[in-house]
Design a protein around this ligand. Structure first.
Ligand SMILES: [Zn+2]
Ligand SMILES: [Zn+2]
Length: 353
């Protein structure tokens, strides 16, 4: 084992602070990565504050972070795909059983025995739970390490590992191609990636927002139209016309207002997670054979496919790069949606701790 620098929270009410953690020495199949950037995902904040205690109670101390980009420092003798010096990435998963039907279908994110990048029991026994990317290094099995195309800005590439795959995967599943009409509800970390992907797929993109002042930014990001969702007339103009709507809102909202905008066989996919159950009007689904579904990140192969797609289309997240010392302030701003559109921590800042 070796010592790594990290930022951790000691309890649900503690600030994140500098600490030292143990990382395992690379096993034959492991890649040791020096972390360069780590994106801040809203789920980091939920887990730090134990806000998902009913589903996944947080084990403290917690080292969050699952949007990791870095440089390979060391590899085990059986590693074939990576060598020291390579740029590599790690997303939300670091292991799975590899044998269940989900893993066999390359959908490791649904494996009942998956290991999340932070907060899952550490089967190597280095620590009680896995520690994430708010750290200067991480050691991960080669099968869960990803490649970043060389043309991409690394700070902006980090959020692709969660926000990127979360929005890319459902668009692939629902066959978004040139000529389809796609709606994106909410223009935050997820929404802004949804706009970029829908645009790159050649779709006609409509952004729904509650804030009229986001209009210019939505157009700059690639939207063809922007609808202020509080304006019933504007909404009505789009009735029964969408092939697909990506709903990124994690606050309570009227889902039926969007379902009725879908055309025949249209689909609305939820990627936000409102705490309260949403009330769905059956008629909104029955009429037009519409469907409502959810989606959660993507498997490892699809995540690599997404990164390669981003390389071809030069897609990264719009990020505000911060030193790790500003992470607590960034969390406060995240709660107020005061970021365009994702924080990316420059891990070089951890060296001074
Ligand atoms: Zn995330
Ligand atoms: Zn499995």
């Amino acid at each position: 084992m070796f010592n790594a620098k990290a930022y951790a929270a000691a309890s649900a009410t503690s600030r994140l602070a500098h600490t030292q953690i143990k990382r395992r020495d690379p096993t034959p199949h492991d890649v040791q990565i020096e972390i360069l950037f780590c994106g801040i995902c809203h789920s980091d904040l939920h887990m730090v504050r134990n806000e998902w205690s009913s589903i996944m109670p947080t084990v403290y101390p917690i080292v969050p972070g699952h949007e990791i980009v870095g440089r390979v420092a060391k590899v085990g003798p059986a590693v074939t795909q990576y060598k020291p010096g390579d740029i590599a990435a790690v997303g939300c998963l670091v292991d799975s059983d590899g044998t269940c039907p989900q893993c066999k279908a390359s959908l490791e994110q649904f494996c009942p025995n998956l290991t999340l990048t932070f907060g899952s029991p550490d089967k190597h026994g280095t620590a009680p739970v896995t520690y994430g990317g708010y750290s200067d290094s991480i050691v991960v099995d080669e099968r869960f390490v990803l490649r970043i195309p060389s043309n991409l800005n690394l700070a902006g590439a980090a959020p692709l590992l969660c926000a990127g795959i979360t929005t890319y995967s459902p668009m692939c599943r629902w066959g978004i191609t040139k000529g389809k009409k796609v709606g994106v509800v909410g223009l935050g970390g997820l929404g802004h990636m949804g706009v970029k992907f829908a645009r790159a797929f050649g779709a006609h993109v409509v952004v729904f927002t509650t804030s009229p002042n986001k209009k210019d930014d939505a157009l700059r990001l690639g939207a063809d139209e922007v609808v202020v969702s509080r304006n019933a007339d504007e909404m009505q103009k789009h009735a029964s016309s969408f092939d697909f709507i990506l709903d990124t809102i994690s606050a309570d909202h009227d889902i039926n207002a969007y379902l009725t905008l879908l055309g025949r066989d249209g689909n609305l996919t939820l990627v936000g997670a409102p705490a309260k159950p949403l009330a769905v009007a059956a008629f909104a689904l029955i009429m037009g054979r519409r469907s409502l579904s959810g989606s959660n990140i993507g498997g490892i192969a699809e995540t690599q496919e997404m990164l390669d797609f981003c390389g071809e289309h030069n897609i990264t997240a719009d990020v505000e790069v911060i030193p790790i010392q500003k992470v607590n302030e960034a969390y406060e701003r995240l709660v107020k949606s005061d970021v365009k559109y994702r924080f990316s921590i420059d891990m070089a800042s951890l060296k001074s701790e």
